[in-house]
Structures are given as C-alpha cells and as structure tokens.
Design a protein around this ligand. Structure first.
Ligand SMILES: Nc1nc2c(ncn2[C@@H]2O[C@H](COP(=O)(O)OP(=O)(O)OP(=O)(O)O)[C@@H](O)[C@H]2O)c(=O)[nH]1
Ligand SMILES: [Mg+2]
Length: 198
C-alpha cells in the first residue's frame, strides 16, 4: 500500500465508542505516558508542525484524535496515561478512555508504544507493556527524544528499556527523535510491514 503523507487530515476527537470513525480503516495507534512525545512523533512522521497539538505541559491531548492519511489508514493519537502533576480524577478519566479504545477497537493494525529514552520505564509503562503482551495486538516499542542523549549511547539506553520491560526479541525497539527527525523511516517501515500483513 502506497501512502501519500501530504494527504493527512484531522478527522475527529472522540471520548466514546460511538464517536469513533465507522469506516474501519487500519489504525496506527500512539500510546505512552503524558509528555513522552506521541503527538510530536505523529507530526514528524507526517512532516507537519501542528497537525496534532504538542504541549509543554503534560496532558495536552485529552481525547482520542483520529487523523486520516490518504484515505487509507488512520493515525490515532491517544491521551497520555498518568503524570505526576496530573490530578487523580483526570488520570482515571483518561485511562478509562484509553482502555475503552484498546479493548473495543477491532481494526488496530499497529500500536506504537513510546517511552522516554532517558528514563527507566515507570510502573504505568510496565502495566501498558504487559497489557500489550497479553493482548493479540501488534506493537513496537519506541524510545523517544533520542536527541537528548549522546548518539553513541543510544544502544545502551535501549538495552536498559529492553531489560526493564523484558521486551522479547520478537518485538522491535526503534529509538527516534521527532525534533531532529532521526530514524523516522524505521517507523514508517514497521507501519508498511504491518499493512502488508493485513
Ligand atoms: N528534545 C525533544 N523533545 C521532544 C521530542 N518529542 C517531543 N518533545 C517535546 O516533549 C514535549 C511533549 O510532547 P508531546 O508531543 O505534546 O507529548 P504527548 O506524548 O503527546 O503528551 P500528551 O498529549 O500530554 O499525552 C513537548 O515539549 C515536545 O516539544 C523529541 O524528539 N526531542
Ligand atoms: Mg499529545
């Protein structure tokens, strides 16, 4: 499937299942803690600055945002799960929304799970990772903000993440920098491979 990224548009924001798009195109989903860089990665992959809103402060994305690419696939930008400065009520509301999407949606093609390359995965990252492992969902782990560490140290940081999460060899770990546009082609390759399997 050839995809023209210049033909990407925002479709809708949803908080409940009945609002999700009904054409059931394959969906590429971005999950991870708040502020990890989901919206930034989505924009970088599409070579756009502000298609998805990026925030200085965690909690920028609070609904499930659907972007249609070339009328063939959706990119789905999820709100971030948990952040220390987020209120309890907000965390609960957001995790309900994420759960609803992941459990109900049948046309998920690939989940891109983002973790900050600089930090050990949090308890919430572990919960999400274990959920993905137990599910039948197809996913990759993407350490973000790779520009924040020396380039020669990137493999070491990835190894820490691999060990902490206990990522099996069958799951790809692909470090990226959205700011510096590093390694984005590898994410596109994973997306293309997934779509070919469909
Ligand atoms: N240095 C660097 N900063 C980044 C990168 N990607 C994202 N950021 C910064 O991280 C912050 C959060 O980015 P977002 O893309 O809004 O993060 P998010 O995961 O969508 O956050 P929520 O919507 O709150 O869940 C912003 O200040 C971005 O500029 C990157 O590759 N490198
Ligand atoms: Mg966001």
């Amino acid at each position: 499937m050839q995809i023209n990224i210049h033909n990407a548009k925002f479709i809708l924001s949803a908080v409940s299942e009945k609002q999700f798009p009904q054409d059931f195109l394959p969906e590429i989903v971005f999950v991870g803690r708040s502020n990890v860089g989901k919206s930034s990665l989505l924009n970088a992959l599409l070579n756009r600055k502000n298609l998805a809103y990026v925030g200085q402060r965690p909690g920028k994305t609070q609904e499930i945002n659907f972007f249609c690419i070339d009328e063939k696939i959706y990119f789905v930008d999820l709100p971030g799960y948990s952040f220390a400065t987020m209120g309890k009520e907000k965390v609960q509301k957001i995790s309900k929304t994420i759960d609803l999407y992941l459990k109900k949606r049948k046309n998920i093609a690939l989940i891109v799970m983002l973790v900050d390359i600089r930090h050990k995965p949090t308890a919430d990252d572990l919960t999400m990772f274990d959920y993905l492992m137990r599910s039948k969902l197809n996913f990759i782990v993407v350490p973000t903000k790779a520009d924040k560490v020396p380039i020669t140290k990137i493999p070491d940081y990835c190894e820490i993440i691999q060990k902490e999460l206990n990522v099996p060899e069958t799951v790809d770990i692909i470090p990226v920098s959205s700011d510096k546009k590093q390694n984005l082609h590898a994410i596109w390759q994973a997306i293309q491979e997934t779509l070919q399997e469909e």
